[in-house]
Design a protein around this ligand. Structure first.
Ligand code: IMP
Ligand code: MG
Length: 186
């Protein structure tokens, strides 16, 4: 396969489209079983989780609603600052609701740990996390993740919703970004 203009930044395909779909279907089945008889609210973290969440929903066999939050984490860099700001809040009141936060990837854990504390204060009936990927090596703060799609090594990845400086979200697979694209370290 010849690399398209978009694909020149990818050094390695980490998770093929078929593997993504297979795992997302498994997660959907597991979540449907766990939440049977409860009304579920999926909270997607913009923008990276959008592709994952759309696919995951199609595999849920229980009634559910969706809402979104946008929080700032990295800017155009690739390291979490620990400074988190809500750019767009939920439309729905989550008090008494069963909330499942859907995130693309957990790196240091700083972003999600802030988000969870914020959401917990709104007194949902339950609050769990579903992340497509996690990088265990990079974790700085412990976050209780109930559902994980893939554990991946400490590489900067793009595609299937994940970006580098807002680009590459439209790659159909998860790939490793060519380190030459990254800004030089501190
Ligand atoms: P954390 O606060 O360090 O856990 O960062 C989490 C956020 O950083 C994720 O929601 C992503 O938006 C972004 N992020 C972390 N690692 C990657 C990556 O490898 N590729 C793209 N975005 C990433
Ligand atoms: Mg994100």
């Amino acid at each position: 396969m010849s690399a398209t203009e978009l694909e020149r930044a990818v050094t390695e395909v980490l998770i093929e489209p078929e593997a993504l779909q297979h795992r997302v279907a498994e997660l959907g089945e597991e979540i449907s079983g766990d939440y049977a008889g409860r009304d579920l609210l999926l909270v997607g973290v913009l923008k990276g989780a959008v592709f994952f969440m759309a696919d995951l929903m199609r595999h849920l066999t229980i009634p559910c609603e969706i809402d979104f939050m946008a929080i700032s984490s990295y800017g155009d860099s690739t390291d979490s600052s620990g400074v988190v700001r809500i750019l767009k809040d939920l439309d729905i009141n989550i008090e008494g609701r069963h909330v499942l936060v859907v995130e693309d990837i957990i790196d240091s854990g700083l972003t999600l740990s802030y988000l969870i504390r914020n959401l917990e204060a709104r007194e949902p009936a339950s609050l769990e996390i579903c992340a497509l990927m996690t990088k265990p090596e990079r974790r700085e703060i412990d976050v209780p993740v109930r559902y994980v799609g893939f554990e991946i090594p400490n590489r900067f990845v793009i595609g299937y919703g994940l970006d580098f400086a807002e680009r590459y979200r439209n790659l159909p697979y998860v790939g490793v970004l060519d380190p030459a694209q990254l800004p030089a370290g501190p």
